[in-house]
Design a protein around this ligand. Sequence first.
Ligand SMILES: Nc1nc2c(ncn2[C@@H]2O[C@H](COP(=O)(O)OP(=O)(O)OP(=O)(O)O)[C@@H](O)[C@H]2O)c(=O)[nH]1
Ligand SMILES: [Mg+2]
Length: 439
Amino acid sequence: MKISGPRAIPIALPLLHPSRDLSRLRSHHLYYGSIIDLETEKTLDEVLFTVMRAPRTYTREDVVEIQAHGSRCGLGVILELVIKRGARLAEPGEFTKRAFLNGRIDLSQAEAVIEVVTAQTAEGLELAARQLKGHLFQAIQPIRGQIETMLVEVEAAIDFPEDVEDIIHPELFAQRMIQDVIGPLEGLLEHYDEGHVYREGVAAIIIGCPNVGKSSLMNRLLQKERSIVTAVPGTTRDFIEETVNIRGIPMRLIDTAGLHDTDNDLEAVGIRFTRQQLDEADLVLFMVDCSMPLSSEDVQIYDLVRNRKTILVINKIDLGHNGLVRKIVERLQGLLWVEISALYDRGIEELKAAVFREVTHQSGPADLPAIVPNLRHKVAIEKALTASRNVVEGFGTGRPAELVAVDLKEALDALGEIIGMTTTEEILDQIFSRFCIGK
Ligand SMILES: Nc1nc2c(ncn2[C@@H]2O[C@H](COP(=O)(O)OP(=O)(O)OP(=O)(O)O)[C@@H](O)[C@H]2O)c(=O)[nH]1
Ligand SMILES: [Mg+2]
């Protein structure tokens, strides 16, 4: 339990037994004691506690942390005591928000806290941990610094129009902008493209006719019997969703009911859920069974997915033969395809490699990019880039200094949004509401 704020110590300390004089408690040291109810003088639990004096704390405020044994009931009773003495429950993310508002971390670091908590793969965790250390902040600050310097120069040119030529050399100015602002920002966007799937993950859907082996593939990728597999077509009725780790990328995998043409109406059958899930998926794994010729339903599904990011998964190669596989590939042309046997564990690594290629656009296992902005950062970087390009163009075309200054300010503000200098209250609320209580 964490209590933070100027009254944290006077609220918590009297509850801790044996009573200790604050002047004799060392900050950031772990103490042993028990919690007592001051009214009944009953001992409630045996605890370890730490008093941490501001400003060297998570929130930069005084903090008391109490480690109790942790039953829900026990914690509830202690919580009640603390609240009775004037504390209140923290809102989701409030500790981190205070750390941000009190200037201990920037906004991108605050966002990294939640990503560290929710990371699903070691790679995602590594990226979040780097951001938590302030790598994105450190990348953004020098760019802002450069823009600020240039803004000062442009403003000087506005104030002393007769000296403009001494203050600003348009060509050099544009060059600095390209080299120190536009180049680094473009680099960050590239990193977004390479790396964001490690943090945000992708959603993949397995679709195909009944009985082709969709659930078998799901189980194979999960390495557990999650989906029911039988020889009866139509085994999977609902859809089943699990997350698998594909070379560091968290992939939400959805196993669906087989798409089939019972009423000669694939669209209607397009089986409610499957259709909706299909629309939302980033990647389609379209499975066919190569132990038999393609059916008209296979072809209908092909028409449904051919313009999507799709991998054709040719299953049951233990039963099929080359001739049939060739025919399938000829008929369902244009799709990247992989041959597998979900039952006998063949081709699964090749399938994973194909998935990795499709979602990262990289052929081999790649090094993680150093800094990967998230979507919110990306939008802000794009805004800053547009304004920065306008600055360069403005100098080329002799745009008045006043207008160039407006563009520079816009770029500065956009980058300020990333680190929390110019972020609106609304966006802050949005970010911190994603946290759980206690962080
Ligand atoms: N020989 C062989 N049989 C397979 C393979 N993959 C799956 N099967 C078998 O095919 C049958 C159907 O497998 P499922 O995984 O239930 O197929 P499904 O596509 O989920 O079927 P529905 O949920 O009914 O649409 C089962 O008997 C599996 O054991 C394979 O690679 N080779
Ligand atoms: Mg199934």
